[in-house]
Design a protein around this ligand. Structure first.
Ligand code: MG
Length: 271
């Protein structure tokens, strides 16, 4: 079952989205040589606490034996997603993905940004740009009467337009979100065939392309969480929580709701 949200529920999700936007802004601003990923996670904790929100990442999965110990997944270089924040010290050249979420009154938001410590190489910068653009291409593919597959297809198409021979992660996908962080439907980052879930008003999707400079193949580290690329290539990961409203698209995890990127498709709900 796909959860369709009421206007009141979407406004609560927007509050969670603004906490996520603020936390990600503070954490990405702190990325610099010498800081540890654990210190960055603490910044995210402070933002959640300041708003009286709670974390949907902290203790995630504990029913399976290994609860996630941070409020953000911080994944560096060949770590693509689900990196555990801790003692790792960031250095110039590191490519750092920060994936972070919050809950307000039971409603969830989830987003990710990737930043490079220092300038990085031209190909790393392009990977990061293409991945961010692919996120927006996917968001712009959300239309009532369309299909989740339209989102996947748009993401893949934008990544293939990049000059690199990129790997697009397949085992990990975007997802529905709302009264839980991970809900149906899955939102793959490559085109899939077969029956496709229709896009409807009130649907909320966490769209999140995960792209590498090399292979799409991944492995899990012994910590039970961290996902790395099999060939050691670096990756980029961008994510937003976006909803379809009767007015258009509302990106809950951007301060401006997506207005600057969506043009006439921008459709927030009023108060
Ligand atoms: Mg997500």
């Amino acid at each position: 079952m796909i959860e369709l949200k009421s206007a009141a529920q979407l406004r609560l999700m927007r509050r969670a989205g603004l906490v996520v936007a603020e936390g990600l802004e503070a954490m990405t601003a702190a990325v610099a040589p010498g800081i540890t990923t654990g210190e960055i996670d603490q910044i995210g904790r402070d933002v959640i606490a300041a708003h009286g929100a709670t974390s949907n990442f902290l203790n995630y999965g504990e029913e399976y034996g290994i609860g996630f110990p941070g409020v953000a997944c911080i994944s560096v270089n060949d770590e693509l997603v689900h990196g555990i924040p801790g003692d790792r010290v960031l250095a110039v050249g590191d490519m750092v993905s920060i994936d972070y979420g919050a809950i307000v009154e039971g409603w969830h938001a989830d987003a990710a940004r990737t930043v490079i410590v220092g300038e990085g190489t031209a190909e790393e910068r392009e990977l990061n740009h293409v991945t961010e653009e692919a996120l927006w291409a996917g968001i712009l593919a959300m239309r009532p009467g369309g299909r989740v597959g339209d989102v996947s297809k748009s993401i893949e198409k934008r990544i293939r337009q990049g000059s690199g021979h990129y790997g697009i992660l397949r085992e990990f996908t975007g997802h529905g979100i709302g009264s839980a962080m991970h809900m149906p439907p899955d939102v793959p980052n490559i085109r899939t065939f077969g029956r496709q879930v229709p896009l409807r008003l009130g649907m909320a999707l966490a769209i999140e392309p995960m792209v590498t400079l090399g292979t799409h193949k991944t492995a899990e580290l012994d910590d039970g969480w961290t996902i790395v690329s099999k060939d050691g290539s670096k990756g980029s990961h961008w994510e937003n929580t976006a909803v379809l409203t009767e007015r258009g698209i509302w990106v809950l995890t951007e301060f401006d709701g997506g207005e600057s990127r969506l043009g006439e498709r921008f459709g927030p709900l009023g108060d």
